[in-house]
Design a protein around this ligand. Structure first.
Ligand code: URA
Length: 236
């Protein structure tokens, strides 16, 4: 094919992709091809008004699938842009999150916000969720059966958002999304596949609060994450 035409097609595909992603943010379910008669060649957007995360949030808010519901003040569903290109997945809510109903709002959350800003983004640009939606008592590590009960909610959040990249924060998020036995120290900084989406594990911000010297490694990971995200955004 003629190179100029090929380039034109590439540009067209990229701008259509941008359009579709923007539409997704407004709840557009699908864009259909040609119409008929007078509407021939018109692109149709099919808007589904309930295409947002609210029904799932409602479902999670009354979940009693595991005993963690007994000790929670409220569930912590997740927050951010529903059309985010980058998604962060942590472990489970702590005391502050349980109180506010929002993920990563305590000390570790403040550090996560700084990490997000360090790569030139704002919290509202990304989506932040956890593996577990209820606070484990005393902030203990989640149990396998709790992870098993809660995981389908995360799967549906990821399916809805379809981010370009996922950053798994800490050992539990890596365990669920990467499904490898290696330690987080070995997994971090590398990309793995989760349903066609690249996932990079890195240290959890709470770990960084206890081990500030590991911040340097997370900074390396974040630079790689940002470069990869930029490449994915400009690729057809
Ligand atoms: N740690 C997490 O893994 N998630 C939160 O939301 C808060 C702290």
């Amino acid at each position: 094919m003629n190179p100029a035409l090929q380039e034109e097609l590439r540009k067209l595909r990229r701008s259509l992709q941008g359009f579709l992603e923007a539409e997704k943010g407004f709840g557009v379910e699908a864009v259909m091809g040609k119409g008929v008669g007078r509407e021939k060649n018109v692109m149709h957007s099919v808007v589904s008004l309930d295409r947002n995360l609210e029904p799932l949030r409602q479902e999670v808010s009354v979940c009693i699938k595991c005993p963690l519901h007994q000790g929670r003040r409220q569930t912590v569903f997740g927050e951010g842009s529903p059309s985010a290109k980058l998604m962060f997945v942590g472990e489970a809510p702590g005391s502050e999150e349980d109180q506010q109903g929002r993920p990563f709002v305590g000390q570790a959350g403040k550090l996560l916000t700084k990490i997000i800003e360090a790569i030139g983004l704002k919290r509202e640009d990304v989506y932040i969720a956890n593996i577990i939606k209820c606070r484990p008592p005393g902030n203990r590590a989640p149990l396998p059966e709790e992870i098993h009960s809660c995981e389908p909610y995360l799967v549906r959040q990821i399916e809805f958002i379809r981010p370009r990249l996922i950053c798994a924060l800490g050992k539990y998020a890596a365990m669920v999304l990467v499904r490898k036995e290696e330690s987080i120290s070995l997994l971090r900084g590398n990309f793995y596949d989760y349903q066609g989406i690249p996932v990079m594990p890195t240290f959890h911000p709470a770990y960084l609060l206890r081990n500030p010297s590991a911040k340097r490694l997370v900074w390396e990971d974040m630079k790689k994450l940002k470069t990869t995200l930029e490449k994915l955004e400009t690729s057809p």
